[in-house]
Structure formats: C-alpha cells, structure tokens
Design a protein around this ligand. Structure first.
Ligand code: A2P
Length: 287
C-alpha cells in the first residue's frame, strides 16, 4: 500500500482494499438545515465524492439530505460519521450507529470512527471502554453495515492499547493535522501500522491562512494558502478534510492535483514551529 499522492491519483487505499477519495469534505461547525444541505450539494457538484460528518456535529440530517438531493448514486459517495463520547460501550455504540444511519437516511456507512478515545484522566478502565466500543465497530463491520472502521484523536498509546485487544485493526485515524501541528509521532505510528491518517482542520480552522511563511511559499506557486495546506497534507500521504460553506472556497479546496510542492518547501513547512493548534489534547479534554 503506497499512499503517496502524485499530481494524478485521487484515491487512497485502506488496508482492506477499500478506496477512499483523497480529499474529503469536512462539515464540523456547518449548521444543520439549509446550510448543510446546500454546502454538501455544492461540494458534490464541485466533484467531492467523500463527505465527513459526526453525530455530535448535529448536521447528519442536512448532510444526508444534501447527498440525496445531489443526484449522484449513493455508491459513488464515500460517507463517514463518528460515534460520540457519551455513547461509548458495546450496546450504546450499536444504537448510536443505527441513529446515525437513520438521520443520514442511509442503509450503510463507508467509514465509522470512534470520535475520541476514553482516556486515563477520566476513566480508570479506559482501555476496556475503548475495547468495548471497538467490539461494536467490529460487529457492524463484520455484518457489512460499514465498509471500513477506524478511530479519531487516538494517540499512539491509545492505539497500542486498542491494537492489543482488536480483532480487526483500525484502518483510519482522524487527527488534527496542519502546518505548525503535524503530530509526527502519531503519523509515524499510524504509517507503521497501516493506518491511514486523516487531517481534521487542515487549515487550522482558518488560522493558517494568515501565516506569513505559508503566504510567502503559496505566492511563489501562485496558489492560495488553503490550497498549499491541502496539497502539503496530501504529499505527506495524509487525507485532508477541509471545511467550508462558501461555494468558491469549496471548489478551490479540491483544486489541488495540478501542482507539486518541492521537497525544499515541504521541509520548510514541516519545520515550522508549533502554531495554530486547537489546544484539544485527547488526554486532557473534558468532554
Ligand atoms: P467558511 O466555511 O466560512 O468558508 P478547516 O478546514 O481547517 O477547519 O478550516 C475551515 C475554516 O476555513 C472555515 O472558517 C472556512 O470558512 C475557512 N475556509 C475554508 N476554505 C477556505 C479557503 N479556500 N479560503 C479561505 N478560507 C477558507
């Protein structure tokens, strides 16, 4: 499995052979209702075939409606959702999954993720909680209701504990990833274990767009900082999930296959000091 992106390839491959479009459309902070419906329809018209949502975003109904109204066949669109932290455990995860399917008006998901790991600072039995949640994911995967399963915001020590107990290995880990916060230890661990890394907030939730280093590099390519960040993730073999509700930005963010960032510029971006992070540390969050 070689998931380096050239100017041509537009899919990554998961360990079970499922292909996943290499730029996904993010919907975190996209309000439900007409905004979500229109954003998703606009994205699909622009050529996105990968939509990322989560139960906690509160917009699964709008996202599902946007997919339905797009007129594109269901099998051509890769749809991801996530089980929220209050639903951890075996039975609760199964129920949460079926609620998500009903809200999206779908009969299967392409990818389902554990949104955040249970961690030591809140749960003495965090390993067992994650293992129970994972067992539900495996059940749904083995029943054919999900084409691939994974996690989100898992750091290497959370993944190690999960891998010790898992029958099916997670195929994806969706983490915060952008210039100034590339979480190298985590991405290296995932790569070594065949886990595809997806980037949430690939633009640092917009905070990267005014960064002077990035502005200077982007200007030399005649591209926007947004496109530079998305392309940089792809060249690292990381799948970016840019979010926008603005039609021209939605289109712009997919236009990242016609240029290549040089090795020198990749290294300059890689070496940027920490900046623009959300500050959401999986081992410290209180939700
Ligand atoms: P909006 O949704 O109002 O268009 P991230 O993907 O890192 O979470 O960043 C999302 C934020 O960046 C949103 O505020 C979004 O604004 C903004 N954004 C997304 N794409 C672009 C772009 N191409 N140019 C400028 N801002 C963008």
């Amino acid at each position: 499995m070689d998931n380096r992106v050239t100017t041509m390839n537009k899919d990554f491959e998961l360990t079970n052979g499922v292909r996943i479009p290499s730029v996904g459309f993010g919907t975190w902070q996209t309000p439900d209702g007409e905004t979500a419906i229109e954003a998703v329809q606009c994205a699909i018209r622009a050529g996105y075939r990968h939509i990322d949502t989560a139960a906690v975003y509160g917009n699964e109904q709008g996202v599902g409606e946007g997919i339905a109204r797009s007129g594109i066949a269901r099998e051509e669109i890769f749809v991801t959702s996530k089980v929220w932290n209050t639903e951890r455990g075996y039975d609760t995860t199964l129920r949460a999954f079926h609620r998500t399917l009903a809200d999206l008006c779908l009969d299967y998901l392409d990818l389902y993720l554990i949104h955040w790991p249970a961690t030591e600072h809140r749960f003495a039995d965090w390993r067992q909680i994650n293992a129970d949640t994972w067992r539900a994911m495996e059940t749904l995967y083995n029943e054919g209701k999900i084409r691939a399963i994974g996690v989100s915001n898992f750091l290497p020590h959370h993944l190690e504990a999960l891998l010790d107990r898992a029958t099916v290995k997670p195929m994806v880990n969706q983490i915060e990833f952008h210039p100034g916060f590339m979480q190298r230890e985590c991405t290296d661990f995932c790569r070594a274990n065949g886990i595809l890394v997806e980037a949430w907030s690939p633009l640092g939730t917009g905070r990267m767009l005014t960064n002077e280093t990035l502005k200077g590099i982007a200007a030399r390519y005649g591209k926007s900082v947004a496109r530079l960040c998305i392309r940089w993730a792809l060249q690292h073999g990381v799948l970016p999930l840019p979010k926008s509700v603005t039609p021209e930005r939605i289109r712009e963010n997919l236009d990242v296959f016609g240029f290549e960032i040089s090795d020198t510029d990749m290294q300059t971006i890689d070496r940027m000091a920490y900046c623009g992070g959300s500050g959401l540390d999986p081992d410290e969050i209180d939700f």
